[in-house]
Design a protein around this ligand. Sequence first.
Ligand SMILES: [Zn+2]
Length: 366
Amino acid sequence: MQFGIDPRRARALTGLGKAAAIVSLLDGSRDTAELVRAAERDGIGRQVVQRVTELLASAGVLDDFPASLRATLPDYLRARMGPELATAALAYGHGDGGAAVLARRAATFARVHGSGRLGACVATFLAASGVAWVSCAGDGIATAADVTPAGLGHVDVGTDRAAAVARAVRRVAPEARTADDARRLPDLAVITGWPDPVLVAALVRGRVPHLVVRAEEAIGVVGPLVLPGRSACVRCVDLSKAARDPAWPAILAQASAGSGGPASTQACDTVLAAATAALATAQALALIDRACEPATANGTLEVVLPDWQWHRRGWPAHPACTCGAAEAGLVVLAVLAVLKVRHVEVAGLAATADERLGVLQVGRRR
Ligand SMILES: [Zn+2]
């Protein structure tokens, strides 16, 4: 009996014989005791049921979604979230039918900064993925250029853009909370466009993870995802760029002041906005779900149209930045050195340049 089609996901079990009937009983409506009783009515013993379910679980094809959680979900939400949870369960191999992912997303408050095409797409994607609270901080009046399939509609033109994003969120996720609460720090901030240094500084101070995303000049850029004090921050990236291009700080100041204005037409078409927002949302969910390392921590994912392929650019924490990520990286290196290298004394490692070099050498020697 084969489960799945694509060889990268499919698993096959042989020798099931009559016990194959157990599989048809695994439709999510029975707990283990009920499954045993139903199988016994078909003449299949308790031990066989236990053996088959263990085999299915070890093959990663059994989703044990808690019955109590299932009972709390309204029918509409269970149906809508089905594809989200099935994908997460399969991709992450959790074996819980997405229960852990559902709980994490339901406990998350995400604030999206910017109410243009990207902001509207990211906000609706997050809410549709089950993030329970998605607010949008943005200003301006919606124009026809803001209308996108995953964002604002024609009826929103001429209205407040942030309020229109909230309506777009509720169209796909009526249960989502959209009103902002300025007294509360979000669990994650998504900044669309060139980030405002004042906002970024406040997020770093508040230890709020934040993802930067922009799409203009027919280029989509997702990242960096800043985990304050742990991964490269916006300033780390700018310091690295300034080291390569001395004019960068002046260009950045003008870009930050001038982008996103209602009068300027951005070279960010519908498809680029959706593709960039989708990848940004996937990175945000990777962080929220805590199931894999987001590729945009210490990096950016970038596509330059008409190319189709996203490329990752690495942006390590900059030693001159005061965010603390560079020092945190050294601690990680030191831990790796301890784990990988035997008989090496690494106590008392500090962040001086010479010692940093020493740690790197220790890490390579195996
Ligand atoms: Zn930094």
